[in-house]
Design a binder for this molecule. Sequence first.
Ligand code: ATP
Length: 238
Amino acid sequence: MDSEVLIEARGLTRRYGPTVAVETLDLTLRKGEILGLLGPNGAGKSTTMKMLTGNLAPSDGETRIKGVSLREEPKAAKRHLGYLPEQPPVYPELTVDEYLRYCAGLHGVAKADRDAAVDSAKRDCGLGDVGHRLVGNLSKGYQQRVGIAQAIIHRPPVVILDEPTVGLDPIQIREIRKLIKDLGANHSVILSSHILPEIQAVCSRVMIIARGRVVYNESIDATRGSGVGAITLGLRRP
Ligand code: ATP
């Protein structure tokens, strides 16, 4: 039997003046999936994620999170989501513990539960030893771990991560990919990337977006040896 539908987006469209960034995009995320959004720069990945998380109003279309309409009940719908934007806000002068406690408050975690939430998120993100360190003094890889920790601080069923490995060195990239894969045990994930091998290493399914439209939507197994890289580059039609 198919697992529970966590996100159901239908006909998502976003126009910026004459530019159509995303056009009639349908997306379904089920419990247990790690879904990759793959596409070159400017394909529409970030715009899609901003609409899915309620950070950007679509020009058309709508999203339901666990059956709750993002347009009609944004607060209730967003409770089911964690989000790491492509350019997350940085609070360099806070310690990791202070920052995560602050984020727990923002996400509605009760005061009495915040320390436990911080400890749990740190454990899941390999931050056990750095709670007292200033965020601004951490490496970029550790800052991304902190970014992922804030996204899971309220234990949402869905975690949306916008290109979390961009700008990291190869070791950090390997570690963050493993972390995201491990997250899949307790969360359903949407991960954007422009790197096919990254999506293949981490995800269970991939949707390829080109010029704002979905041009491919298959299991990861179907992508192996299928010429899918050429679709990403727009070299051949799906
Ligand atoms: P990248 O990998 O570079 O982040 P992306 O796949 O996330 O790219 P988007 O950032 O969603 O792509 O952009 C999709 C299209 O929408 C691009 O043509 C972009 O220039 C345009 N766009 C995005 N944001 C705006 C904006 N605020 N105003 C005007 N055009 C925008």
